[in-house]
Design a protein around this ligand. Structure first.
Ligand code: ADP
Ligand code: MG
Length: 274
């Protein structure tokens, strides 16, 4: 198969995203041990020239991000009518896959593993928020694993392209991680990402979504009105307290990622990790 953009060779299809196909590629211009990368081909349909410019600007911004807990975004280009992005390859599946796998086989994550992953995610989110960048779609499916480290992926670009994609009209995101204010169109800010991260923490502990229901509407109503469930008794109360602060219905009462990192329970584990 032909080289894409003169340097990427397609190895295999990794999957289908909501906006197009995802491939494992080799970057022949990279050092041998860094050649495996991911190419996301995004269906942009009739992206207008100014929208392409905007998407490329956003991509430039993302390519400047460099943090161990964020999937490295290398570059973007338009090829054969598709908007393509090249990112780091994470061989360990996504967190949602991992959670389902554990659930199926009756296993649970040890507390030490949960806290390590949670701290990595806090550091990644803190890195983004310090730069005034919102993720907007934090969920287990967008957290990737590489060498058993978690990496936040999938942001920015998809939001930009959603309006110009045919799929956009049929695409309804998963409500499970959405904050009350986002669901009620009362604005989205860093604290809405914190809510979503709290939902992910709960899921790592319980292998279930925090708010479940048989329909989209039941889930939405629970998010807006129900009390936050507590972690089972085998988890430390300090962790449960962090969770409840992150899931305050009032965004301004939620702690920032930096504040959570400073709580004594989290800071203690952070020092051990160093
Ligand atoms: P969506 O648009 O639905 O969010 P994704 O971009 O998450 O889709 O990609 C779909 C699939 O492609 C994922 O489930 C995963 O299997 C694979 N994938 C995406 N990004 C990566 C990556 N960086 N490393 C490894 N696999 C990936
Ligand atoms: Mg995704």
């Amino acid at each position: 198969k032909a080289l894409i953009a003169g340097r990427y060779n397609i190895y295999q299809k990794l999957g289908h995203g909501s906006f197009g196909t995802v491939y494992l590629v080799s970057d022949k211009k990279a050092k041998e041990e860094e050649q495996l990368k991911v190419l996301k081909e995004i269906c942009v349909g009739n992206l207008k020239p100014n929208e392409t410019v905007e998407a490329n600007l956003e991509a430039q911004l993302l390519s400047r991000l460099d943090h161990p807990a964020i999937v490295k975004f290398y570059t973007s280009f338009v090829e054969g009518g598709s908007f393509c992005i090249i990112t780091e390859y994470c061989e360990g599946q996504d967190l949602d896959f991992k959670i389902q796998e554990y659930k199926r086989s009756g296993k649970v994550f040890p507390e030490s593993q949960i806290v390590k992953w949670f701290i990595q995610l806090l550091l990644g989110v803190n890195y983004l928020h310090k730069r005034q960048i919102l993720h907007r779609d934090l969920k287990a499916k967008n957290i990737f694993l590489k060498n058993n480290l978690v990496k936040i992926g999938d942001f920015g670009i998809s939001r930009l392209l959603i309006g110009s994609c045919d799929l956009a009209t049929t695409f309804i995101g998963t409500p499970f991680y959405m904050s009350p204010e986002a669901l009620q169109h009362q604005g989205y800010d860093t604290k809405s990402d914190i809510w979503s991260l709290g939902c992910i923490l709960y899921e790592m502990c319980c292998l279930n979504h925090m708010f479940t229901g048989h329909s989209f509407l039941t889930v939405v109503l629970k998010i807006v009105e129900s009390k936050t469930p507590s972690l089972p008794d085998n988890f430390p109360r300090e962790l449960d307290a962090v969770l409840h602060r992150m899931l305050n219905k009032n965004p301004s009462l939620r702690p920032s990622a930096a504040e959570i990192l400073k709580t004594s329970y989290i800071d203690h584990h952070l020092q051990i990790m160093k």
